[in-house]
Design a protein around this ligand. Structure first.
Ligand SMILES: O=C(O)CCC(=O)C(=O)O
Length: 205
């Protein structure tokens, strides 16, 4: 069983009642650091609009994205191949810190920029074959607080977590098989939010 227990943090509570592991660290980075990371990453990362095909129609993804990582780590989702840009310095530093914290290696990061409350992410699970049998994902949030909603595939039970500025969410074990997750649109006035999901791509799977 590919059960994940963060090496230095065995006391963290698994928030998933079953089928997987979900840990939340509210202040992974301090408010001051989160403020400056947000400004730097919003300005410097290569944010771009993406289009995907949904029932034969081209539609714009409701957020901006960017993809960085080791050379060769191609990742396919929503029918689109994502070729990584080579690591930006700030992302590499964050990756190192997350690797120490989690006791895991990452070789890529997907960035999502939600410009306001109209930007969102639909229901999905991160279980593409390139992520291995039980994907482990470290997800850092910067900027406006947004709701992260999980729904269990069989029972329909939902779990809500408020992803705050500077917080870290860890997803592991069978979570991506038992649950789907989303960032719903909101009518509340929201400023921008950056989310970075550090992942491990297993090439050649
Ligand atoms: O923005 C978030 O916190 C969620 C990101 C996410 O679900 C993903 O990148 O797969």
């Amino acid at each position: 069983m590919n059960r994940f227990v963060p090496l230095a943090h065995k006391s963290m509570v698994n928030l998933a009642p079953w089928d997987g592991e979900l840990y939340f660290v509210e202040d992974f980075v301090s408010r001051e650091e989160a403020d400056s990371l947000y400004v730097l990453l919003r300005r410097d990362l290569a944010w771009r609009e993406e289009e995907i095909t949904v029932v034969g129609r081209r539609v714009k993804v409701p957020r901006l994205i960017c993809w960085y990582g080791d050379a060769g780590g191609v990742y396919r989702y929503s029918g689109v191949d994502h070729m990584p840009l080579l690591w930006a310095e700030t992302l590499l530093t964050l990756k190192g810190r997350l690797e120490c914290f989690c006791g895991r290696r990452f070789n890529s990061v997907l960035g999502n920029l939600y410009r306001d409350g109209r930007d969102s992410m639909g229901w999905h699970a991160d279980k593409e074959k390139e992520l291995g049998p039980n994907p482990f994902i470290a997800s850092l949030s910067l900027g406006a607080e947004r709701l992260f909603r999980l729904r269990h595939n069989k029972t329909g039970e939902t779990l809500d977590i408020s992803l705050t500025h500077g917080s870290l969410l860890l997803m592991g074990g069978s979570l991506q098989h038992g649950w789907r997750h989303s960032i719903p649109k909101t009518r509340e006035p929201k400023t921008g939010r950056i989310n970075l999901t550090f992942r491990t791509i297993f090439s050649g799977i």
